[in-house]
Design a protein around this ligand. Structure first.
Ligand code: HEC
Length: 152
């Protein structure tokens, strides 16, 4: 066996071995309550729910280690910061709602979200300029309304 063949076999064996620790993304409860005008809603469902909700659907190859480790970590981090499946909870507190709306506007306007690797991997991540504007306008209005509702 040549050194190169052995190298490949060891590599394949290592990849097979780490599959016992795939760490697939697990989904919690969808609490509903996320509402937005249809254009905004469908853009967010397509481009953001893969990470910022309890209902992501990732293709099978992303469920193989080590890619699955990366996705697992990203989705965990994304949900901690913004989870559309618990959107209702944010609305109970106007200060929190205002912060979430503000962050969404900032992230979409700056082009930081959806993340570059997701835009590269998936057509879902590529928002049209019209979709970006729709999300930004909705978030700006949402923030203004939340700030008005906040007791001083
Ligand atoms: C592929 C996964 C992924 C997708 C898709 C994604 N995000 Fe994120 N998002 C993350 C991760 C990871 C973080 C936390 C780390 C960071 O800020 O880069 C984050 C952070 C954020 C934050 C910051 C929250 C805070 O508290 O600062 C906002 C807002 C956000 N995303 C909005 C969006 C919106 C809106 C979309 C859809 C247009 C989207 N994201 C799509 C992974 C994703």
């Amino acid at each position: 066996m040549s050194g190169r063949t052995r190298g490949w076999l060891i590599g394949l064996a290592a990849i097979a071995a780490i599959q016992v620790l795939r760490m697939p993304v697990r989904n919690g409860r969808e609490q509903g309550g996320f509402e937005a005008p249809p254009a905004v809603r469908s853009a967010i469902l397509t481009a953001c729910f893969q990470c910022h909700s309890e209902q992501p659907r990732w293709p099978w190859y992303t469920q193989l280690a080590p890619v699955s480790w990366f996705i697992h970590a990203q989705v965990g981090e994304a949900r901690r910061r913004l989870n559309f499946s618990t959107w209702k909870d944010y609305l109970y507190d106007p200060g929190t709602a205002a912060r979430k709306f503000g962050a969404i506007n900032q992230m979409v306007r700056s082009g930081a979200m959806p993340p570059w690797y997701f835009r590269m991997l998936s057509a879902r991540g590529r928002l049209t300029p019209a979709q970006r504007t729709a999300i930004e306008t909705w978030a700006i209005e949402g923030r203004a309304q939340a700030l008005k509702a906040e007791p001083n």
